[in-house]
Design a protein around this ligand. Structure first.
Ligand code: PLP
Length: 386
């Protein structure tokens, strides 16, 4: 029977805007009235606030998380003939930017519990061509930075941390940017801190790299028609910075609310068969950009359809690992090469965990998930889950 009592989206950006509308409107209007849209003082203030929050000396605001990755690789002079080791279980931008520079993305499999880059598998992939390790802190939980840091240190390799989904995270009591030479953030609207369009940032405590990145994002210049590097056009504009500046003080509460929603689901699903709850390691402060379950027994897609019929949005991040994607098979991946990434793609299901989720909505989500499995148990005796 279809229950249309509640609709539960994965993100509710209109509700987030409504809650802050007077402040956002004021901030955006004051940029429009100023006629100054580029790298203004308020962009610089935002860069420094976000850098401090994440444990870095410098923040370099750019157009998107994708550009932040591209610029980080450019700042390290990565190009043809170079290899960068990363995960096949990530958003495409992580790998796309390596390939765009003519370098080779080399995949290493993920850890079954956290879905993050497995340090042992990473160690097996290091060659003389390796120029960087690029872990992704997936779903809001940092990778095993202790082991990856030791591995990188032993081979004198830089780490670029993809923290597009991990603003506010920490590992062993150290904020996200303390664990990598370069760390990238995305402010895509649905991220934990979202702009009103595309925006991103590179974080680093290395003064020389920070300065190079400031050139690279501005055509390789400082805006003086003198070009020190071959760069790109990728500045964080003042309108996006105004929106982000209003939202930033709310980020700690929003992340706390995501954790509360995750804890609610964890309790609700403690006894649910065929469902594995997200694993949050004790050394991690998780920010639940996604609350991602594993659904066993080939039931993921049926559960997803069951929830959709009842007005509940879910996400599958990601339905196919990148080594099997048409654009990237040329890098040598074939089915079976990265079994954990492949198993994850077949089993993961993310539930709504946004801070705007009401208690009624999260109870409805949890009840509906449990009803599916309850129905399944009866299904073996002749019933259908719906
Ligand atoms: C892991 C990861 N890396 C990179 C990006 C790229 O960020 P953007 O969409 O801001 O370009 C994203 C965004 O979805 C992401 O999730």
């Amino acid at each position: 029977m279809k229950d249309t009592a509640l609709n539960v989206p994965m993100a509710d950006l209109r509700a987030q805007y409504q809650a802050l509308a007077p402040e956002i409107d004021d901030a955006v209007l004051s940029v429009l009235r100023s006629g100054r849209f580029g790298l203004t003082d308020s962009v610089a203030a935002l860069e420094s606030d976000i850098a401090m929050l994440c444990g870095a000396e410098h923040g370099i605001g750019v157009n998107s998380g994708t550009d932040a990755l591209l610029l980080s690789l450019m700042a390290l002079d990565i190009g043809p003939g170079d290899e960068v080791i990363t995960t096949p279980f990530t958003f495409v931008a992580t790998v796309e930017t390596i390939a765009l520079l003519g370098a080779t993305p080399v995949f290493a499999d993920v850890d079954a519990g956290t879905f993050n880059l497995d340090p042992e598998r990473t160690a097996e992939k290091i060659t003389r061509k390796t120029k960087a390790i690029l872990p992704v802190h997936l779903f809001g939980q940092m990778a095993d930075m202790d082991s990856l840091g030791k591995l990188a240190g032993a081979h004198n390799l830089p780490i670029i941390g993809d923290a597009a989904q991990a603003i506010g995270c920490a590992y062993c009591d150290q904020a996200v940017a303390r664990h990598s030479l370069l760390t990238i953030l995305s402010f895509y609207p649905t991220k934990n801190l979202g702009a009103a369009g595309d925006a991103g940032m590179v974080l680093t405590s290395d003064e020389t790299l920070a300065e190079k990145l400031r050139y690279l994002r501005f055509h390789g210049s400082k805006g003086t028609y003198h070009y020190k590097y071959v760069g790109i056009c990728s500045r964080l504009d003042a309108v996006q910075a105004a929106v982000l500046g209003v939202k930033l003080p709310h980020l700690p509460d929003w992340n706390e609310q995501r954790r509360a929603n995750a804890a609610f689901y964890d309790t609700a699903f403690a006894e649910t068969p065929d469902l594995i709850r997200p694993c949050c390691l004790p050394q991690n402060v998780h920010t639940y950009h996604q609350y991602t379950l594993r659904i066993r027994g080939g039931q993921r897609d049926a559960l997803r359809a069951f929830l959709a019929e009842r007005g509940i949005d879910t996400g599958v991040f990601y339905p196919q690992p990148l080594h099997l994607q048409e654009a990237y098979v040329g890098y040598g991946g074939k089915p079976g090469d990265y079994p954990e990434a492949e198993r994850a793609s077949a089993e993961v299901l993310s539930l709504p965990v946004m801070p705007e989720l009401t208690e009624a909505q999260r109870e409805y989500v949890a009840d509906t998930v449990r009803a599916f499995f309850h129905g399944k148990n009866h299904a073996s005796k002749g019933d259908s889950p719906s």
